[in-house]
Design a protein around this ligand. Structure first.
Ligand code: GLC
Length: 556
């Protein structure tokens, strides 16, 4: 740990409190990171073993996707009990030890909170089913009688985020069809009713539970969805801001103000990071007002194709939307829901759209890897915080040929098998070149919960740590420079026009550091006085090749 890092953790200066403004946050999907106990599922013991790897990578914080007790109907986003770690992952004591050990290495912990829904196995939902219509237990959810004769029709025709319908009918104790309940995702994830004071109180308690155990912040799942219009109208055609019955309701802001007050009540204030998918950047920015969330994921850049005009537009729009509220932007190339960048950027259509996911979409992985390297430098140079999804630092491709019977993601099943789902970016990480599971589990253990493809060891941390040209070496170098270069740490962005550059070049400066990404077909000569810091591909006689990024210091 450098002096500067330890200083930043212990100092009480306002700048240290605001570590999240330019943090690098690594996302751990615990099932797939590393398996310590040999059952083929990743766990907390596995994470603890690899904390030095994360320190060496140069991350400031780790965000864990849900590690709580869960039937895993949606990879843990179906929480049965927030105060219990799922036994497959370990124990609460281990989580506490992990948070403390990470902190000793200069790494903060962010945990995931899922306010829109709980698991159908959550004690509240079981109590609601048992208590029957009109009960206070049912008030915590959205139970409604059906429409039409016999109540056979769903209360609304809202569409699920995972395709299909959003209501499931219950069966009364005497075996007759009962009320319906709402679930914007799977039937195993009943939606909570945020008008219920119990729901609000419980979530604030859950926040305190984890903040008291040292969590530095929370990532808020599906943060624009939890509040519903209690009249449950259909989604209006061409709805305006705040008019959608279950997206971006104005009442949400009050909920997050309450959470912010909880976060601010700690000596080192805790941080709220929202998962907010909203096309309207003004509405998005409203969640980042000074008394609401600190940051929210910016998915605009991630969904755009590998095209300079598109990426520049996303960067400009993002910075412009954040400026008035004083919140830092976030930069995200992927996560546990999204096709890996190496695969995405090698496709003819390199944009990302959930609805367009299909089996057998061709990709050129060598091209995708070049572009993913360039994208890594581009995003790491931008002002704000940076998210790195586990395995992207190794350049893992999406695994697109998982055996059908191995697939577990409900998105796949709810699409009738048309959508491959999200398991292709959740395949257990390779740590070593050899070994039964490339070091994911101890040798001789149960096979990994998703099979690793042939040749997975090529992308292992072991292989890449030894190769200066690897994606891992690039990430390590980039994150080290992000920390050591004052410009990259704190300077504003200014667009730069390089002589001879076409509109296919994205160039900007931060202090005396220039980041340039060449998305054009031909090489781009760099200025004579450029003092090269790092490049994603080898320069050719002082020129940056196509699909590559470079950082240099200006010396004049
Ligand atoms: C978020 C999560 C995703 C999950 C969904 C429902 O989008 O990232 O993995 O399936 O919410 O909780």
């Amino acid at each position: 740990m450098t002096e500067e890092r330890s200083g930043a953790l212990t100092s009480t200066s306002p700048a240290a409190d605001e570590w999240w403004r330019n943090a690098v946050i690594y996302q751990v999907y615990p099932r797939s990171f590393a398996d310590g106990d040999g059952d083929g599922t990743g766990d907390l013991a596995g994470v603890r073993r690899h904390l030095p790897y994360l320190r060496d990578l140069g991350v400031d914080a780790v965000w864990f996707t849900p590690w709580y007790l869960s039937p895993l109907a949606d990879g843990g986003y179906d929480v049965q009990d927030y105060r219990t770690i799922d036994p497959a992952f370990g124990t609460l004591e281990e989580a506490e030890a992990l948070i403390a050990e990470a902190r000793d290495l200069g790494i903060r912990t962010i945990v995931d909170v899922v306010p829109n829904h709980v698991s159908a196995e959550h004690e509240w939902f079981r109590a609601a089913l048992a208590a029957g219509p009109g009960s206070p237990e049912r008030e915590r959810f959205w139970f409604r009688d059906g429409k039409g004769p016999g109540g056979d029709e769903m209360p609304t025709r809202w569409e699920s985020s995972f395709q299909g319908t959003t209501w499931t009918r219950t069966t009364d104790p005497d075996g007759t069809p009962g009320q319906w309940y709402l679930h914007l995702f799977t039937p195993e994830q009943p939606d909570l009713n945020w008008s219920s004071p119990d729901v609000r109180r419980e979530h604030e308690d859950v926040l305190r539970f984890w903040f008291d155990r040292g969590a530095a912040g929370i990532r808020i799942d599906s943060a624009a969805l939890p509040v519903k219009d209690p009249a449950l109208p259909e989604v209006p055609e061409g709805f305006g801001p705040g008019e959608h019955p279950h997206l971006d309701r104005d009442e949400l802001h009050d909920v997050y103000r309450g959470w912010r007050a909880v976060a601010d009540s700690y000596a080192e204030p805790r941080v709220l990071v929202g998962e907010i998918w909203l096309p309207d950047v003004q509405r998005f920015a409203m969640y980042l007002r000074p008394d609401e969330m600190h940051t929210a994921f910016n998915f605009d850049l991630m969904t755009r194709p590998w095209d300079a005009k598109e990426l520049r537009a996303a960067i400009s729009a993002t910075l412009a939307a954040h400026a008035p509220v004083g919140a830092p932007a976030t930069w995200v190339l992927s996560n546990h829901d999204i096709t890996r960048p190496v695969t995405r950027y090698g496709r003819e259509d390199s944009s990302f759209d959930f609805a367009a996911k299909r089996f057998g979409t061709p990709t050129d992985l060598a091209l995708g890897e070049r572009r993913a390297r360039a994208a890594a430098l581009l995003t790491a140079a931008l002002p704000g915080s940076l998210y790195v999804y586990q395995g992207d630092e190794l350049g893992l491709p999406e695994v697109e040929d998982l055996p059908r019977d191995a697939i577990q993601d409900p998105m796949h099943f709810r699409s009738g098998g048309v959508d491959p789902g999200r398991d292709g970016c959740r395949v257990p990480l390779p740590w070593t070149v050899g070994g039964d599971s490339h070091g994911f589990s101890p040798d001789g253990a149960a096979p990994p919960w998703l099979p690793q493809p042939e040749g997975w060891g090529r992308w292992s941390a072991e292989a890449e740590a030894a190769d200066p040209a690897s994606m891992l070496s690039l990430y390590r170098a980039a994150l080290a420079l992000r920390r050591s270069e004052p410009g990259l740490r704190s300077a504003d962005l200014s667009w730069v026009e390089l002589p001879g550059a076409s509109e296919d070049v994205i160039a900007f400066s931060r202090g005396d550091v220039v980041s340039v990404t060449n998305l054009g077909a031909g090489p781009l000569p760099l200025p004579d006085d450029a003092d090269l810091l790092l490049a994603s591909a080898e320069l050719d006689d002082g020129a940056l090749p196509s699909d590559a990024s470079a950082w240099y210091r200006t010396t004049t």
